[in-house]
Design a protein around this ligand. Structure first.
Ligand code: DAH
Length: 336
């Protein structure tokens, strides 16, 4: 009998894991197990022997169950430790947080210029991208048969509508809506039907400006243009003023800046000239004032049409205009 119990104890101790142990439990402590066998022939024993046997069985039961419980507890705590190890989570690691986007470089510069002009008392106006022929051309002193229409390759739409080729029609809308005196700028998207290369896009941005008051001079114009360029480039830039023809200004000027990409020797952005046309401007042609119901004997003014896209390229040394509309996150992410 003692041998039977010893073998059972040995089996319990030699189980390697919980599953083993469970199998042993059935064999040893179960209904047909060792203990059950020990009590099987109790009926044939004398009462004296039965007391002996009972004591033996109780002692065996205690030692077997004790061994089983101890081993079971050991396996269970090992399993728990292994699980805690595997499922460990470091709650002190900072969360990655949402990925932040970036403003488009055109938006960045546009907002900067808007802030500057607002601080000088200008209104910021918006106009439609689908324009009438009247606002885009006629009211700006560009009649249908005028050669100046060919300067801008136009996307025509139905019924004398078009995709605006410049932001100048917003001058007309500003004069119509607000009248003189007027200080306004109008940033926006414009469209030209031309082939795309490093310095030409069919879609780009301009920023129009206009000031109408009494006795506005070329001196006023130059002052505002210099203020604008200094604020944008945060440094002195070399500029030159040439006569320029635009039907809506008289006199008209081309304000060029030294190419900030190559600094002068020539590159694709400045078309190898060392200069970039940035700021055509002039004094508002009396015809334009009159078309919008303003008396040119009483009022005059200046206007300018800043190439916003080109300016952004200068400011950030972007050598190909196509990046701006590419939607390429490697490019856009640099402005975060
Ligand atoms: N609208 C002209 C263009 O897109 C640019 C321009 C020239 C605007 C002279 C002006 C200006 O306001 O005075 O080519």
């Amino acid at each position: 009998m003692t041998e039977l119990v010893d073998t059972a104890l040995e089996r319990i101790h030699s189980s390697a894991n919980l599953a083993d142990l469970e199998a042993v439990r059935v064999d040893v402590l179960g209904r047909k197990g060792v203990l059950a066998q020990l009590s099987k022939d109790m009926g044939k024993l004398t009462s004296e022997e039965r007391v002996q046997r009972g004591k033996f069985i109780n002692a065996a039961k205690q030692s077997l169950e004790g061994a089983y419980d101890a081993l079971k507890a050991k396996f269970e705590s090992e399993a728990l430790a292994a699980r805690l190890d595997a499922e460990w989570l470091d709650l002190t690691v900072p969360a990655p947080g949402p990925k932040r986007g970036a403003l488009h470089p055109v938006t960045l510069i546009q907002w900067e210029i808007e802030d500057l002009f607002r601080s000088m008392g200008f209104s910021v106006l918006d106009g439609p991208e689908v324009e009438t022929e009247h606002h885009n051309f006629d009211a700006l002193n560009i009649p249908p048969d005028h050669p100046a229409r060919d300067m801008q390759d136009t996307f025509w739409l139905e019924g004398h509508h078009l995709l605006r080729t410049h932001t100048s029609p917003v001058q007309v809308r500003g004069m119509e809506k607000l009248g003189p005196p007027l200080k306004m700028i109008a940033p926006g998207r414009v469209f030209r039907n031309e082939s795309v290369d490093a310095s030409h896009e069919h879609t780009f941005y301009q920023l129009e400006g206009m000031m109408i008051d009494k006795d506005v001079s070329v001196g006023n114009l130059i002052y505002f243009m210099k203020t604008l360029l200094t604020a944008i480039f945060h440094r002195e830039v070399t500029v030159r003023l040439r006569p320029g023809f635009f039907p809506f200004v008289e006199p008209g000027f081309e304000l060029d800046i030294r190419c900030l990409i190559c600094g002068g020797p020539g590159c694709p952005v400045c078309k190898q000239s060392g200069w970039v046309e940035l700021l055509p401007c002039g004094l508002v042609n009396p015809h334009v004032l009159r078309s919008s119901g303003i008396d040119p004997k009483e009022w005059n003014g200046f206007a300018f049409g800043l190439g916003l896209t080109r300016l952004v390229m200068m400011r950030y040394a972007i050598d190909d205009i196509r990046w701006l509309q590419s939607g390429d996150l490697r490019f856009l992410g640099q402005f975060a």
